[in-house]
Design a protein around this ligand. Structure first.
Ligand code: XMP
Length: 510
């Protein structure tokens, strides 16, 4: 399979560049711009993309490349800093722009370049730069401009070298995907052959080659990534895989059963389910500080997992559902491994005897992981699950946790989810749940005074969960949910809807 090399200069949209290329059906990987020429040759790319970055080409110590890269004869697309660097290194010049362009800007191309083939003459693009090309390198010409930038896109068609000052990977660039497709298909002659349907057999082959006849152990969390990793591993090595599912009693209504059933019914796979509810509740008794709860749950998870894993004796591989965005560091990309706490809840087990870690999803983006899950036969309900935090309902009961409170929040949450699904809003809200506030207030039911808990409903829309906006849910939906919870869940007499965004609030209440 042909692949594109994305050389990372540290720009904020770099992961998006790789995602868009893959969405065009072309496999690519992000590597740091410091990759050696030998490694680049060994990677054997069909084309190279230079990303944007925060540096300024003409300043000392600015990231630069070996000029040999331009002699490989490969098509290259430079984006923002990438364009400036190409020009700078090939005998042209850049300067600080008189007007810093930022945001949506009208772009006009001259209709003569393959890069803009089929693209409207004038359209909106996304700009974010304070430096611009001043003088082109020999053999280059301008192919598009904006009011403030004469070299918004450039080419040396003969050498297949292209540059854009704007960001085609950002969705605000209306024809960004078409421009990338033009580069990949028309300039580079690549075709869209990267899809999860095609990838399955390759991924299975890779796992088999690595695992051989070894034993693999995986901790299932009930989340999408570990479930898809399990499905892939099971398809590849069958009973050599053991999945341990620690049910800490902090899952949503019927969730533990659903995970077990999906793995069994859809894949024919048996999992080891450890019902450790009591153990966790005992450890959490009397604890109300959120971070303390998280720590206890993380540690306890590892202890339970270890105890179960010990029964298997030595395993050869410990599998994890790490995905590509976790692997590529923010900033100047590369292959540094960041194991996020929520992938294994509380870090790696100290007392499990294994040879190596295996991460079969480490090259995939989240949407690719979901497609792969579907290809492997997992149900949509599991594959399209909304994010659910490792510590589960423990951080959705504010303050001290009791069995009664867990029951209340679980039932309220189930009603909320059921009604959101009925309203057809499941996929348009990124995360939604009920939380039990530790607040009790006065109410009246029938002729009686009540003094019960208030439930907070939370629903957010977000791209990356770093910032989020609260969802403008229809009043009718909130009305139905509110009535149902108060009527059906004993111990609740008030429903609040959280209308804060993040920041200043967070998504979870704890
Ligand atoms: P916050 O509350 O930080 O949530 O705005 C952002 C996203 O992270 C999830 N979250 C967690 N996930 N362990 C996890 O695995 C945690 O301790 C944790 N806290 C928050 C949250 O559900 C949301 O998707």
């Amino acid at each position: 399979m042909k692949k594109v090399l994305v050389l990372d200069f540290g720009g904020q949209y770099n992961l998006l560049v790789a995602r868009r290329v893959r969405e065009c059906g072309v496999y690519c990987e992000i590597k740091p711009y410091t990759m050696s020429m030998d490694d680049i040759r060994a990677f054997d790319p069909a084309a190279i993309i230079f990303t944007g970055g925060p540096a300024t080409v003409f300043e000392p110590n600015a990231p630069a490349l070996d000029n040999a890269i331009f002699e490989l004869g490969l098509p290259i697309l430079g984006i923002c800093y990438g364009q400036q660097l190409m020009i700078h290194q090939l005998g042209g010049a850049c300067r600080r722009a008189e007007v810093r362009e930022y945001g949506k800007v009208e772009l006009t191309h001259d209709g003569t370049s393959l890069l803009f083939d089929g693209v409207e003459p004038t359209s909106i693009c996304w700009m974010s730069h304070g430096v611009e090309v001043e003088k082109l390198s020999p053999g280059f010409r301008a192919i598009a401009h904006t009011a403030g930038c004469a070299y918004a896109a450039i080419e040396n068609a003969e050498r297949k070298l292209y540059g854009v000052q704007f960001h085609p990977e950002v969705l605000h660039t209306v024809h960004g995907t078409e421009i990338l497709k033009n580069f990949l298909y028309k300039v580079c002659g690549l075709s869209p052959e990267w899809s999860m349907a095609n990838y399955v057999s390759e991924a299975i082959g890779e796992v088999r080659a690595k695992v051989g006849s070894g034993k693999v152990l995986l901790a299932l969390s009930g989340g999408v990534d570990s479930a898809v990793a399990a499905a892939l591993l099971y398809r590849a090595v069958g009973e050599q895989l053991t999945c341990i599912f620690v049910d800490h009693g902090l899952l949503r209504k019927d969730e533990g059963d659903q995970v077990e059933q999906a793995m069994h019914d859809c894949l024919g796979m048996r999992i080891v389910r450890v019902n450790a509810q009591e153990r966790f509740l005992t450890k959490l008794a009397g604890i109300s500080e959120p971070e303390r709860k998280r720590k206890i749950i993380g540690e306890e998870f590892i202890r339970v997992f270890e105890a179960e894993a010990k029964k298997l004796g030595r395993v050869d591989f410990l599998a994890q559902g790490t995905i590509y965005p976790d692997v590529v560091e923010s900033g100047v990309g590369g292959e540094s491994v960041v194991i996020k706490s929520h992938h294994n809840v509380g870090g790696l087990p100290d007392h499990v005897d294994f040879k190596e870690i295996i991460e079969p999803l480490r090259r995939l983006f989240k949407d690719e992981v979901r497609q792969l899950g579907i290809e492997l036969g997992l149900p949509e309900s599991l594959v399209w699950r909304q994010p659910f935090p490792g510590p589960g309902l423990a951080i959705r009961v504010i303050g001290e946790i009791t069995e009664e409170k867990l029951h209340i929040v679980r039932e309220a949450d189930a009603i909320f989810r059921e009604e959101v699904a009925k309203a057809g809003l499941e996929r348009s809200i990124n995360q939604y749940f009920a939380a039990l506030t530790n607040l009790r207030s006065v109410g009246v039911m029938g002729d009686e005074r009540t003094y019960d808990y208030a439930i907070a409903l939370r629903a957010v829309e977000t791209q990356d969960f770093m910032t989020a906006d609260f969802s403008r849910l229809p009043w009718e939906l909130l009305d139905t949910v509110s009535r149902r919870i108060v009527n059906e869940v004993k111990g609740v007499n008030r429903i609040l809807y959280d209308v804060t965004s993040k920041p200043p609030a967070t998504v979870e209440l704890e």
